[in-house]
Structure formats: structure tokens, C-alpha cells
Ligand binder design. Structure first.
Ligand code: ATP
Ligand SMILES: Nc1nc2c(ncn2[C@@H]2O[C@H](COP(=O)(O)O)[C@@H](O)[C@H]2O)c(=O)[nH]1
Length: 389
């Protein structure tokens, strides 16, 4: 962007310790929590019912605030970017720690509001770049999903990361807590699910299995492509979520061969094997459903199937994550204020980062490619330096 193209329009950006914004029929106040002055609190005023939702002994008047919350710094710069999200820039931290969105009416928030029957908002950390799309692998029990994924992890340890699911089933011999699964109690997983910490969950073969938002995001944050091994119900839920992924269904060469593999694995009782085989038929029936899986792979000969899986993954035209900007320039503490906004771009001005000749450092935050990450992260931010003046 050239010098002449820089316009400072008057925008509704609040730059202070407490910010209030009207979006639709509601006013959102972002402020410090009374209990812990470093964390944020959100109060919501509904103009239609003239009701305040803030921490209260009446639970229906306390808003539910989901997601990891930003630590409040000396001040924030805040502006609504759409009817769905408010952008919050925290000051005095490295830029890649400073960009947050308060989701006020995204599909995820709408869904949670219905479930909880109260006001809900959700914090989501802004992340530069899109990362590679996660890969969801489904297929009947015993078809070889785990075997294929293990080979991929062994051959490409720096490229792929496994989404470690939670389950209420007991560990098998050689299964390690935190590596193969997070083995958990039903009461604990149900509480976490009700608090919106899970991307998806399902009752599978008599146990609860679920993918936490953290399981997926921690892999993507490491710069790796996340692999999910989940059943068809889970795949369906992820398909309906904001997470954009590649969906692969692994089929057995025959039902007889599937049964043979399941028995040969020797990890289930006869009763469990029968249950898994019944569920296998139902899963196979859904594998061709339009709009569910992008690819079907037959796992007959393991090596051939593995080669086909590798081909599918390398053919995918995902963009590489580009965090060059942060690597080069902005690991250091920065304080940026919002100075102007268009539909797709926000201009930020550094307060501390003046150039040698006293020039003001400007950054353009491009919101045009925001893509659905799992709730908890807003990926697809692009950022670039604007000519100083
Ligand atoms: N192509 C193959 N040919 C023969 N055996 C195979 C093949 N692929 C996997 N197996 C074997 O089949 C058994 C089941 O494989 P695996 O545990 O990977 O299945 P899975 O789909 O992950 O099952 P689950 O959903 O129950 O976790 C294992 O003993 C594995 O070694
Ligand atoms: N919906 C989900 N399904 C999951 C998850 N993790 C695993 N699974 C599926 O469960 C069955 C059984 O697994 P097992 O380890 O007991 O053999 C298998 O189909 C997995 O794909 C999850 O987080 N969500």
C-alpha cells in the first residue's frame, strides 16, 4: 500500500481498559474480572429485555464465557469486525499473542446458547496463516486405521501429529494414557463436553469417545497436520463444525477379512467383537453418503493402501502456514492500536515501534480469508507491513 493510499478514518475502536460495543440488540462490555484483575470478564446487556448478563448468583443471568481467555494487559484496542465477532488487540505482548476475537454470534456460539439456555460468548485466538487442513480417518473397527496412522507418524514425525482423543474405555495392554488416548471417567468427559471443550463426541461400542478442541489445536499450533481417528458419527459432527478437514473412509476388502483382523488383534472379548461387527455394517452403509467423505480407501494389501493414502495427502492443495512475518519481525513486545477498518482490512499502528526516523509503523490485518478453525482459534489472518510515513 502506498503512502497516499493510507486513510485514517474515524472508527469505533475503543482503546482502554473497559470497552463497550453495541452489536444488534446487545451491548457487550469487555472488562477486568472482579476476582482476577488479569483475566477478562464480559457483561452483556440485552436491550429488548432490558436484562444485564454478568457474573451473578442467578446462574441464568451469568453469561457463559467459553474458550481460553486472553490475559489482560495494560490496555486493549477493540472493534467489532462483523455481527459475529469483536476483535481485541492486547497491548504489551508479542503481536502473535495479542490478536483475539470475542465470538458473540458465530454458529458455535449460537449452538452453545441453545444448549445452555443462557447468554454465551467464546474467546478465540487469532492465528496468522491457515495451517494445513486436518485429516479425519474413519472406518470400521479392525479395518487398519490405527495401523495406517502409526506408519504415517513413524515416517513423517515432523509433518503429522495425532489428535489424542478422550475415551471412557479401559486401556489395552501397551496403550499409554496421553499418547493413544486420554483415558477418562464418564462424569469428567460429560462435564467437559457440557462446557464446550469438545469438537465432537460419540457413544461408540458402548463407551464415550471425543475429540477435544485442544487435541486438534495443539497439533496445528505445532505447525503439524492433525490426524483424527474417529468413528462415522464423529466424522459427521466434524463435517458440521467450523473445522475444515479432509475426510477419508477406510474400507475392508471384505466383511470376512474385517472379522478375521478384529479377532486376530485379540484385544476384544467375543461379545465386544460382535458389537463392533454390528456397528461395522452400519458404518460401511454410510461410507457412500453424499457429502460425508471425500475419499474411500480399500485396505486390502497394507503397503498398497498406505501408498494410496500418501498420494491422497500429497495431492491435496493446502496452503502452507506462513508465519514468516512473526519469525522475522514480531517476536518482541508490541503495542498496536486499531486506527481504521474496512470490510476486510484493519489498520494497526504501533505505539512503541517507531522507525529510526521517527516513522510510525503501520500493519494491515487482512480478515478476508478467516477460515473456520475449531472453536478456540480463528485462523487465516494475513498480516503485512504498510509503508511507514
Ligand atoms: N492390510 C492389512 N492386512 C492385514 N492385516 C491388517 C491390515 N491392516 C491392519 N491389519 C491388522 O488388523 C488389525 C486391526 O488393525 P487396527 O488396530 O489398525 O484397526 P483400527 O481400524 O484402528 O481398529 P479400531 O477402530 O478398533 O481402533 C491389527 O492387528 C493390524 O495389524
Ligand atoms: N467419535 C469419535 N470416535 C473415536 C474417537 N477416538 C476413537 N474413535 C473411534 O472409536 C472406535 C473404537 O476405537 P478403539 O480404540 O476402542 O478400538 C474407532 O472406530 C475409532 O475411530 C473420538 O475421539 N471420537
Amino acid at each position: 500500500m502506498g503512502e497516499e493510499a493510507v486513510h485514517f478514518s474515524v472508527v469505533d475502536a475503543k482503546d482502554c481498559k473497559q470497552s463497550a460495543f453495541e452489536v444488534g440488540d446487545k451491548t457487550y462490555v469487555i472488562c477486568r474480572s472482579d476476582d482476577d484483575l488479569k483475566t477478562s470478564a464480559v457483561k452483556i446487556h440485552d436491550k429488548l429485555t432490558q436484562t444485564w448478563y454478568c457474573i451473578s448468583s442467578f446462574h441464568w443471568l451469568s453469561p457463559t464465557i467459553l474458550g481460553e481467555q486472553p490475559l489482560l494487559t495494560k490496555s486493549q484496542s477493540v472493534i467489532p469486525v462483523s455481527d459475529e465477532k469483536i476483535l481485541v488487540i492486547e497491548k504489551g505482548v508479542p503481536l502473535n499473542e495479542s490478536i483475539w476475537f470475542l465470538e458473540i454470534d458465530t454458529p458455535f456460539v449460537k449452538q452453545q446458547r441453545k444448549i445452555k439456555e443462557t447468554e454465551v460468548v467464546s474467546w478465540s485466538k487469532g492465528v496468522i496463516g491457515v495451517g494445513q487442513k486436518p485429516v479425519v480417518i474413519s472406518g470400521p473397527s479392525g479395518v487398519g486405521k490405527g495401523t495406517l496412522i502409526a506408519k504415517l507418524m513413524k515416517d513423517y514425525p515432523s509433518k503429522f501429529g495425532f489428535s489424542v482423543s478422550h475415551t471412557t474405555r479401559s486401556p489395552r495392554e501397551k496403550e499409554i494414557d496421553g499418547v493413544h488416548y486420554h483415558f477418562t471417567e464418564r462424569i469428567k468427559i460429560e462435564k467437559d463436553i457440557s462446557e464446550g471443550k469438545f469438537l465432537e463426541f460419540a457413544h461408540v461400542h458402548g463407551n464415550v469417545y471425543g475429540t477435544s478442541i485442544e487435541a486438534v489445536e495443539s497439533v496445528t499450533d505445532e505447525g503439524k497436520r492433525c490426524i483424527l481417528d474417529i468413528d462415522v458419527q464423529g466424522a459427521r459432527s466434524v463435517r458440521a463444525s467450523s473445522l475444515e478437514a479432509i475426510f477419508i473412509f477406510v474400507c475392508p476388502p471384505s466383511f470376512e477379512e474385517l472379522e478375521k483382523r478384529l479377532r486376530a488383534r485379540g484385544t476384544e472379548t467375543e461379545e465386544q467383537i460382535q458389537k463392533r461387527l454390528r456397528n461395522a455394517q452400519a458404518e460401511l452403509d454410510q461410507s457412500n453418503e453424499p457429502g460425508l467423505f471425500h475419499h474411500l480407501l480399500v485396505n486390502d494389501d497394507l503397503e498398497t493402501c498406505y501408498e494410496n493414502l500418501k498420494k491422497l495427502l500429497s495431492l491435496d492443495d493446502d496452503q502452507e502456514d506462513s508465519d514468516d512475518f512473526f519469525n522475522k519481525e514480531d517476536k518482541e513486545t508490541a503495542s498496536y492500536s486499531i486506527v481504521s477498518k474496512t470490510d476486510s482490512e484493519i489498520l494497526l499502528q504501533s505505539e512503541t515501534n517507531e522507525g529510526k526516523n521517527g516513522a510510525i509503523h503501520l500493519l494491515a490485518l487482512d480478515l478476508s480469508s478467516l477460515s473456520g478453525g475449531a472453536p478456540g482459534r480463528t485462523r487465516g489472518l494475513k498480516i503485512g507491513s504498510v509503508n511507514s510515513f
